[in-house]
Design a protein around this ligand. Structure first.
Ligand code: ADP
Length: 245
């Protein structure tokens, strides 16, 4: 589903991703863990082309884009982007639109479907994330957990091949974390391919088929969640996990 080869990303003089290689199979849930500043968010943003890599290759769903000195074409960007749906730390809902309006906004502009049909689909997704009763509310009338569940439904509306989550619970009060993680677990059970940046190690242990540990712009260690989290091989992974205890 996803194949990333020799991916490099620099911000001016700072090299944030040195040379990243990994792949994700269809239906797989991969959690990205690692210390703050190790490049996890940048890697996720590169997959959705919110950041343009300097070098390397990204393939999603058989569409391959090679990054070099030449900027990717608009067509390449749109094609790659259409395969993934992104959920951010800070929800990013449109404040002046209701939940259901937020959810149908993107497909209304890019998909050739009638508004009523989209509202119908949107309501089904809101039902799935436990937000149907809040469909006509504005974001500022919702808790952070409710906003994040609406943001997940919004990303799902575009029927992405892969869902990308960037620390989806880190902006939430502790009592609201569970309701969002439960929705993500439900998607995992349904076979949704996902890449999730998370600090929630118990969640990663439960949900991830594979865990990638990043440090300083490299993937230092990867493997099944129980191996990487319970019996890490690399010194830096051990140190990172010990600090969390
Ligand atoms: P993580 O998600 O692991 O905390 P990030 O990918 O957010 O790491 O950041 C990795 C490094 O890249 C940090 O040193 C950060 O300051 C830097 N960085 C991230 N985005 C930018 C940007 N837009 N401009 C300059 N530096 C950035």
């Amino acid at each position: 589903m996803i194949k990333v080869e020799a991916l490099k990303k620099q911000f001016d003089d700072l090299t944030v991703l040195e040379s990243i290689d990994f792949s994700v199979k269809k239906g797989e849930v991969v959690c990205l863990i690692g210390p703050s500043g190790s490049g996890k968010t940048t890697l996720l943003r590169c997959l959705n082309l919110l950041e343009i890599p300097n070098n390397g290759t990204i393939s999603i769903s058989n569409k391959t884009v090679v990054f070099d000195k030449k900027a990717p074409t608009k067509k390449e960007m749109l094609a790659l982007r259409s395969f993934s749906g992104m959920v951010f730390q800070g929800f990013h809902l449109f404040p002046h639109k209701t939940v259901i309006e937020n959810i149908i906004e993107a497909p209304l502009t890019v998909k050739k479907k009638k508004k009523l049909e989209l509202i119908n689909e949107g309501e089904q997704l809101l039902e799935k994330v436990g937000m149907f009763e809040h469909r006509n509310k504005y974001p500022d009338a919702l808790s952070g957990g409710q906003q994040q569940r609406a943001a997940i439904a919004r990303a799902l509306m575009m029927e992405p091949e892969v869902m990308l989550f960037d620390e989806p619970t880190s902006a939430l009060d502790p009592q609201l974390v569970r309701e969002v993680l439960k929705v993500i677990e439900k998607l995992a059970k349904e076979g949704q391919t996902m890449v999730i940046v998370t600090h929630e190690m118990n969640f990663a242990r439960r949900i991830a088929d594979r865990v990638l540990f990043m440090d300083n712009g490299y993937i230092i260690e990867e493997g099944p969640a129980n191996e990487v989290l319970e019996q890490p091989k690399e010194k830096r992974t051990k140190q990172f996990l010990q600090l969390l205890d």
